[in-house]
Design a protein around this ligand. Structure first.
Ligand SMILES: C[S@@+](CC[C@H](N)C(=O)[O-])C[C@H]1O[C@@H](n2cnc3c(N)ncnc32)[C@H](O)[C@@H]1O
Length: 283
């Protein structure tokens, strides 16, 4: 039985009321600076104020082997000139906390934008950084997120990749039968640090549920299975329409959602089956 709690409040206030060392995984898709959203626009300085406060409380509420994953996408000052906030945040996190590993979400369904127009010659923006913070020995379950083959085409691609590694230029030969036998025994192979997930609205995979900046359900599912044990607790302090909580419930994890926008809270309560006015629901 899992419990879902939805709190309508500013993240900075509500986090202070969460018990210390009570959360296994923080999974959040925070607002980005200098982007116009229905929920406002933050300057870079305001964004830092918010994130420094959130990170301090995040460390406090996480269990010793817990992790925080913040999904962030760099943006640009103008064409050909990136803003530095995300890179500086990662450098800050290396100094003040610990980045366990660099991981990226690749949204392979992103359409070309103005940046990628032929006259600018830049590339399609399709990768978000999943900034994974925690202790070097934090809890993680690789078996839960193996890179599996669900259809024949994928299986063939994997076989081709394994074959190419045989007698590779590095000289590290790999016996393809050893690779495929290991994959069969484990039910998949070691996942990449690039998580390919569609954000295609309307195909059932998107977590948007009418939110302009929704997080895909498949991406939430991947992180929750990987970093939160069954029966553990996931926290999202920028919950939007509650995708993290919705998925956590399905995976038998408890969830605490914090969101300051009343309309988003109402919709996430409907979506997750939490009675309006009620703060938590047991399933
Ligand atoms: C990118 S969206 C999150 C989307 C969410 N993961 C989902 O799938 O629906 C960021 C959310 O953070 C909320 N937010 C922004 N600043 C906040 C704050 N200080 N406290 C709480 N929520 C905040 C916004 O209202 C918005 O819904």
């Amino acid at each position: 039985m899992s419990v879902l709690t939805i709190i309508e409040a500013d993240a900075r206030d509500a986090l202070q009321r969460i018990e210390a060392a009570s959360v296994d995984l923080i999974l959040a898709d925070p607002p980005y600076p200098e982007i116009d959203r229905p929920y406002g626009r933050l300057s870079v300085a305001e964004w830092w104020d918010l994130m420094l406060a959130v990170c301090a409380e995040s460390k406090r509420v996480l269990r010793p082997h817990g992790s925080a994953v913040f999904i962030l996408q760099p943006n640009a000052e103008k064409i050909g000139q990136m803003r530095g906030w995300l890179f500086e945040f990662q450098a800050w996190a290396c100094r003040e906390w610990n980045i366990v590993q660099d991981v990226y979400w690749w949204n392979y369904t992103t359409l070309p934008s103005a940046f990628a127009m032929p006259q600018h010659g830049l590339l399609r923006t399709s990768v978000k950084h999943c900034v994974w913070l925690g202790a070097p020995d934090c809890y993680r379950n690789q078996d839960a997120v193996l890179w599996t083959e669900s259809d024949r085409a994928k299986a063939e691609r994997l076989a081709n990749r394994a074959n190419r590694r045989v007698g590779s230029p590095s000289g590290q030969g790999v016996n393809k039968h050893t690779v495929s036998n290991a994959a069969l025994r484990r039910g998949g192979v070691t996942p990449f640090n690039l998580i390919p997930t569609s954000n295609g609205a309307g195909n059932g995979e998107s977590g948007s549920y009418g939110h302009g900046a929704g997080t895909p359900k498949a991406l939430c599912e991947w992180w929750i299975k990987y970093l939160c044990p069954v029966g553990g607790t996931v926290l999202d302090m920028f919950a939007g329409l509650g995708t993290v909580g919705y998925v956590a419930q399905q995976l038998e994890r408890n969830a605490i959602l914090i969101e300051r926008d009343a309309r988003a809270v109402k919709l996430s309560r409907e979506r997750c089956g939490v009675p309006s006015g009620g703060r938590s629901s047991a399933r």
